[in-house]
Design a protein around this ligand. Structure first.
Ligand SMILES: *[C@@H]1O[C@H](CO)[C@@H](O)[C@H](O)[C@H]1NC(C)=O
Ligand SMILES: *[C@@H]1O[C@H](CO)[C@@H](O)[C@H](O)[C@H]1NC(C)=O
Ligand SMILES: *[C@@H]1O[C@H](CO)[C@@H](O)[C@H](O)[C@H]1NC(C)=O
Length: 351
C-alpha cells in the first residue's frame, strides 16, 4: 500500500485528503472467536489472496480495488453498498474458505482432512470415488464463522454483506472440478478413480467477476438505507433477498463516479492511472482500458517512453554456458492525464 500511496502523492493527484485506511488482517485477529485462534493465520492469508485476486480482476477498471475499500466490517467509515462492495465480500469470504479447505487436504489441521466419505462408491459409468476430495464443508464453516462474524448489524447493509459472503462461498463449490486417474491393464483406463478438487483460485476469481457483471440491484426505500443500523427491527428478514438468487451478488446503491477524485467518498479517480494501448497480448477488455479510464473520464492519454534493458541474442556455448547481449529498447507506456489548460479540478486535495 505504501508504494501506491507514495505514487499518488508524487503525482500530486487527489492528494491524501483522506488517509488510505489500510485494510488489515487485524479485522479477523480481533474479531475472530478465541477458540479458533488456530485458524487465524490461514484466515488472514485467505482474505489476503481474495484481495490480491480482486486487484487482478479490476486492474484495468476505473475502480481497481483500492485498499481503502477493503474494510469488511459494516462499521466502516465508508459504508458503501455498491456492486463493488459485493465483490469484495464475496472474494474475501471465498478466499478464506478456499485456503482453509486446502489446508485440510494438506493435513495442516488435526481436526480435518480429505473428504473420503464416498470413496469406493460408484460415481458414474466407469468410475468410482477415490483419493482425496477437497473437504469444502470445513472451509465453509470456518469462513462463515470468521467473515460473517464481522457483520454486527441487522440492517440492509449487513444482510447484503452476509448474502454476498455466502455467494462467495457458493462460488468455491460451483467451480470445483472432478479430477480422475486411470487404472486398468497397461493404462487401458477401464476403470477410473475420481475426486473433487478446488479450481484454480484464478478460475474462481473469473467466476465471481462474471457474477459481479450480472449483480442484482435490490430496490429499497432510500430512507431505510440512510437510516443504517437504526433500521434494525424495521427491516425485512433475509428471505427478502431473493432466495432464488443465493449464488448471485447483490447490491443496494448505484456505484459513484469512479472517474473523479472525491475524498469524501474515498475515491481516487483515474488521473495518473496506466492503461494499455497497442500491446498485442491483451484481451479486448484490456485494450479498451485507455478509453474507459482516460478519455471517457474526460482525461487524455499520455504516452511516456522508457528505456528497457534486457537480455537478447542468447547463444548456447559448448559447454555449458549461455551468452547474451544486452539490448536496449524503448517501450511506451500510457497514462491518463489531464488535458493541458483544463480548468477542471479533480478534487480539492490536489496540489
Ligand atoms: C495453510 O496454507 C497456507 C498456504 O497454502 C500456508 O501458508 C499455511 O501455513 C497453512 N496453514 C497451516 C496452519 O499450516
Ligand atoms: C463527492 O461526492 C458527494 C456525494 O455524491 C457529492 O455531494 C460531492 O459534491 C462530491 N465532491 C466532489 C468534489 O466531487
Ligand atoms: C502472451 O500470451 C501468452 C499466452 O496467453 C503467454 O504465454 C505469454 O507469456 C504472453 N506474453 C506476454 C509478453 O505477456
Amino acid at each position: 500500500m505504501g508504494n501506491l500511496f507514495m505514487l499518488w502523492a508524487a503525482l500530486g493527484i487527489c492528494y491524501a485528503a483522506f488517509s488510505a485506511s489500510a485494510w488489515s488482517v487485524n479485522n479477523f485477529l480481533i474479531t475472530g472467536p478465541k477458540a479458533y485462534l488456530t485458524y487465524t493465520t490461514s484466515v488472514a492469508l485467505g482474505a489476503q489472496s481474495g484481495i490480491e485476486e480482486c486487484k487482478f480482476q479490476f486492474a484495468w477498471e476505473r475502480w481497481n480495488c483500492p485498499e481503502n475499500a477493503l474494510q469488511l466490517s459494516t462499521h466502516n467509515r465508508l459504508r458503501s453498498a455498491t456492486r463493488e462492495t459485493s465483490f469484495i465480500h464475496a472474494i474475501s469470504s471465498a478466499g478464506v474458505m478456499y485456503i482453509i479447505t486446502k489446508n485440510c487436504s494438506m493435513g495442516d489441521f488435526e481436526n480435518c482432512g480429505c473428504d473420503g466419505s464416498n470413496n469406493g462408491k460408484t460415481g458414474g459409468h466407469g468410475w468410482i470415488w477415490g483419493g482425496c476430495s477437497d473437504n469444502v464443508e470445513f472451509g465453509e464453516r470456518i469462513s462463515k464463522l470468521f467473515v460473517d462474524s464481522l457483520e454486527k448489524g441487522k440492517d440492509a447493509r449487513a444482510l447484503m454483506n452476509l448474502h454476498n459472503n455466502r455467494a462467495g462461498r457458493l462460488a468455491v463449490r460451483a467451480t470445483m472440478k472432478r479430477t480422475c486417474k486411470c487404472h486398468g491393464i497397461s493404462g487401458s483406463c477401464s476403470i477410473q478413480t475420481c475426486w473433487l478438487q478446488l479450481a484454480d483460485f484464478r478460475e474462481m476469481g473469473d467466476y465471481l467477476k462474471a457474477k459481479y457483471d450480472q449483480a442484482l440491484k435490490i430496490e429499497m426505500d432510500k430512507r431505510q438505507l440512510r437510516a443504517g443500523n437504526s433500521a434494525e427491527g424495521h427491516w425485512v428478514p433475509a428471505e427478502a433477498f431473493l432466495p432464488s438468487a443465493e449464488a448471485e451478488l447483490i447490491f443496494l446503491e448505484e456505484s459513484p463516479d469512479y472517474c473523479t477524485c472525491n475524498s469524501s467518498l474515498g475515491i481516487y479517480g483515474t488521473e495518473g492511472r496506466e492503461c494499455l494501448q497497442n500491446s498485442h497480448n491483451t484481451s479486448r477488455w484490456e485494450r479498451r482500458s485507455c478509453g474507459r479510464l482516460c478519455t471517457e473520464c474526460g482525461l487524455q492519454v499520455e504516452e511516456r517512453k522508457t528505456e528497457v534493458i534486457s537480455s537478447c541474442n542468447c547463444k548456447f556455448q559448448w559447454c555449458c554456458t549461455v551468452k547474451c547481449d544486452q539490448c536496449r529498447h524503448v517501450v511506451s507506456k500510457y497514462y491518463c492525464a489531464r488535458s493541458p489548460g483544463s480548468a477542471q479540478s479533480l478534487g480539492k486535495g490536489s496540489a
